[in-house]
Design a protein around this ligand. Structure first.
Ligand code: NI
Length: 566
């Protein structure tokens, strides 16, 4: 039996477990006594140093927490999150440790046992109830296991320990604070120590990668159409008008003077005597430098920071971030923003073999029927997670959903994915007239282009249904037909484990894997499968990349369902 165990704060004078039974059932508690007295592995370790913390705190999406009035890293890859029911989930081990509970997690039965030394509570992953002694108490949500880590609803954890839970939603993000004394004021220290959430940094920020013409401005991917940063005199220079416009400001040039307006801020750049004034303050010219090249004004990093009224942080891999709150010293957020910045492609958007990682096996993940949700919806989160894993995918979009959910359209290409066409209205093309086929496919390509500045390069017929007419018409539309070789049946099972197993147990080198970015279960299942397969030497590429790896040129009107090695 695999168990882990953390120290018991024997000395902590914990008040009696304060539980408000919401629901009391007569059922027999499901505690397995044997699980709770596995002597060999449950002997308490050395009691932790006397600690009776005023509070501990976490932040959604941040893998740092606060205890003993200092920031500390959580176990690797552990981050509090909001589950699909809207409940805040906190890491079991870290939180229990922080508030002085003895905790045992049995990975075989998915049962957590928590004790304050007087009372014992048991919780089971996937079940929205906990048992305290003989009482069964409803929970707002069920404990979950993600990537081998157990999380339980924050509310339940506070109840078990008799702590006051304060949710703090600030302009920097959402925090949760477990307080021993409900009147203790921790908000100021917590926001100071944990910083803003990555989402908040992105929402107001401007993220660049040196040499790329792509950037992330206020949470959206933008392109400067070939205009890139350049280095000169120990500074990086940025295209002024593009940056200011992307941040919602305006730039006007008249008589050798450039006027920059951004919210309340106003700046004046004199091209001839090379002086800059920001908010009427004269600024030292060598510090606030700018250059005019081919009639385009480029400003130094320091001047751009002053114009935007933002903090500048130079991160690794040539990534430069301008953020409202200072980013320095928040390693989790820095790492996340660096990863997003690194993913910004160079001046050319064309897929090439140069960006494909070395791997033993290659497969193409494909997602049909999306997109789903706006800039923080399911597809956006899927893109974030693929980004974190260096995985590419192909998205076969339906026009009727693009109309609703186009916030993600400008992300696919810059982040290395491929755009596919899955008809305007999810119509079976074999039942359409020739004219109808083109309305469904070409109309969708034009709609996608209006948001993504590029048309899809591949198409997938709805239901995989095609005939000679469809092939002939797709040849005219310039699109190859892409079917699949591995069907996850995700729409049918709507079960993350099933999706994961279908992929992991059946995958073969060169497969095209069919999924839909419609379901939370698909999102969870595919990420688990990616994590497992990457360990086995698989890399995830777009359909066109997979064909290129195998030396195949995709031909319009032809049908492809996999690209196995020769
Ligand atoms: Ni479909």
């Amino acid at each position: 039996m695999k168990k882990w165990k953390i120290g018991l704060l024997g000395a902590v004078a914990m008040s009696a477990v304060m539980l408000v039974p919401v629901f009391l059932a007569g059922a027999t508690p499901s505690v397995n006594a044997a699980d709770m007295s596995d002597a060999g592995q449950t002997t308490p370790s050395e009691p932790l140093a006397a600690a009776n913390p005023d509070y501990i705190a976490f932040q959604i999406g941040n893998r740092y927490g606060v205890k003993d009035h200092a920031r500390y890293p959580l176990k690797s890859d552990v981050k509090p999150f909001i589950d699909s029911t809207g409940s805040v989930q906190v890491p079991l081990q870290e939180t229990a440790e922080g508030i002085g509970l003895e905790v045992t997690w049995d990975a075989a039965t998915n049962i957590a046992t928590l004790s304050d030394g007087k009372k014992t509570a048991t919780l089971t992953a996937g079940i929205s109830q906990m048992t305290v002694e003989e009482e069964i108490i409803d929970l707002p949500s069920a404990p979950v296991v993600q990537d081998g880590n157990t999380y339980i609803p924050a509310r339940a954890m506070a109840n078990i320990g008799g702590w006051t839970l304060e949710f703090l939603s600030a302009d920097k993000g959402s925090y949760m604070i477990f307080k021993a004394d409900e009147n203790y004021q921790a908000a100021g220290e917590v926001t100071q120590l944990l910083g803003a959430s990555t989402e908040q940094y992105l929402a107001g920020g401007l993220i660049f990668r040196s040499g790329s013409d792509k950037a992330i401005a206020r949470g959206s991917h933008i392109s400067f159409s070939g205009m890139t940063t350049f280095d000169e005199n120990d500074s990086i220079y940025f295209p002024l008008e593009e940056c200011v416009t992307a941040m919602g400001g305006t730039v006007q040039t008249a008589n050798g003077e450039v006027t920059v307006t951004l919210g309340e801020r106003e700046a004046l750049l004199n091209i001839n005597d090379k002086t800059a004034r920001v908010d009427r303050q004269p600024t030292a010219s060598e510090y606030f430098a700018f250059e005019e090249k081919d009639s385009v004004v480029y400003v130094s990093a320091d001047l751009l920071a002053a114009l935007l009224g933002m903090n500048k942080t130079v991160l690794g891999e040539g990534v430069i971030a301008f953020t409202v709150a200072a980013l320095d010293g928040y390693p989790d957020q820095e790492e996340a923003i660096t990863a997003l910045g690194e993913a910004l492609a160079g001046g050319t958007a064309a897929a090439s073999l140069s960006g494909i990682p070395e791997a033993e096996h290659y497969v193409a993940l494909t997602f049909d029927d999306g997109p789903t949700g706006q800039s923080e919806g399911l597809t956006a989160r899927l893109l974030n997670a693929l980004n974190e894993r260096g995985a590419h995918a192909t998205f076969f979009m339906c026009g009727y959903r693009v109309k609703d959910f186009h916030a993600v359209l400008d992300r696919y290409l810059p982040e290395g994915h491929e755009m596919g066409n899955h008809t305007m209205d999810h119509k079976n093309l074999t039942k359409q007239s020739t004219e109808g086929i083109h309305e469904q496919v070409d109309g969708n390509s034009e709609l996608i282009e209006s948001y993504a500045d590029a048309k899809p390069t591949v198409m997938r017929p709805t239901g995989g249904a095609y005939n000679d007419t469809v092939k002939a018409e797709m040849k005219k539309s310039g699109l190859p037909l892409i079917l699949w070789s591995l069907d996850t049946l995700d729409w049918k099972s709507k079960d993350a484990k099933s999706v994961e197993n279908k992929i992991v147990n059946n995958v073969q080198d060169g497969d095209i894997i069919l999924m839909h970015d419609l379901y939370e279960s698909t999102y969870k299942g595919v990420l688990n499968a990616i994590d497992k397969l990457q360990e086995q030497g698989y890399a995830f590429v777009t359909v066109s990349e997979l064909a290129a790896i195998r030396g195949i040129t995709l031909e319009p009107g032809e049908v492809y369902s996999s690209f196995p090695p020769n």
